[in-house]
Design a protein around this ligand. Structure first.
Ligand SMILES: C[S@@+](CC[C@H](N)C(=O)[O-])C[C@H]1O[C@@H](n2cnc3c(N)ncnc32)[C@H](O)[C@@H]1O
Length: 213
């Protein structure tokens, strides 16, 4: 899909999501805020940031200018300001485009409910690996099936696909719960290390999900 068409589509979907009160119910948003407030330290880039500022103090990147406007307005209203917002289509990376940031510019990266929309996830991982310090972590959050978004079949196995993809590329990781309906794969960007020990595991309604991974 050409850039403009994809941008228009996400502007449209963003408008719908705003009208329906958000991509996730408010209690999930609060739990996500809580998880990222506790875990993110230093300069963070929030990929596919959408219109709600879950990772305050980040630089937010998204294809939808409408979503980015939302982050600015809601961030200010709720005391969760982002440092900066940048419009960018991550699908452009596979055509040779680079993220507009220097090597090791960030301490960590986050991506919440964005993974399944990116065409070439491996080129995005390469870029994240370049712009985040080698000792940094990449937090990839994906919602579980059973939430409000059943039509999206990717969510059936939530974090498992993400874990497998990172393992194939030589990364180690841990999986934590950030909300009742959200797994987070925390990837150690230093390759070929031992897996990380889960430090904060959210025990919500779906207690058994970690056993299934
Ligand atoms: C389901 S929303 C999640 C938003 C936010 N992370 C949250 O959890 O509230 C997915 C976001 O990914 C963005 N997105 C989708 N495809 C993209 C792409 N190719 N490049 C950049 N952003 C993209 C959309 O504009 C949308 O804001």
């Amino acid at each position: 899909m050409p850039n403009n068409e994809l941008r228009d589509r996400w502007n449209y979907l963003t408008t719908n999501a705003v009208n329906f009160g958000g991509w996730v119910p408010e209690y999930v948003s609060d739990q996500l805020n809580n998880y990222f407030d506790k875990n993110i330290d230093g300069k963070n880039i929030d990929l596919c940031c959408g219109f709600y500022p879950h990772v305050k103090g980040s630089i937010g990147v998204d294809i939808s200018p409408l979503a980015l406007k939302g982050v600015e307005i809601i961030g200010e209203r709720e005391g969760r300001e982002y440092l900066e917002t940048i419009e960018y289509n991550f699908n452009d990376i596979e055509n040779g485009s680079k993220l507009p940031f220097a090597d090791s510019e960030f301490d960590c990266a986050t991506m919440i409910a964005g993974w399944n929309y990116i065409k070439s996830i491996e080129s995005l991982i390469e870029e994240v690996d370049r712009i985040v310090v080698p000792s940094g972590h990449f937090y990839v959050a994906q919602h579980l099936n059973g939430a409000a978004w059943k039509e999206d079949s990717f969510r059936e196995d939530s974090a498992a696909k993400i874990v497998n993809q990172f393992r194939r590329l030589g990364y180690s990781m841990k999986v934590e719960r950030a909300s009742d309906v959200t797994n987070v794969v925390v990837v150690n960007l230093e390759k070929n290390q031992n897996d990380l020990e889960p430090s904060v595991v959210w025990v919500g309604k779906n207690k058994n999900i970690l056993k299934q991974l």
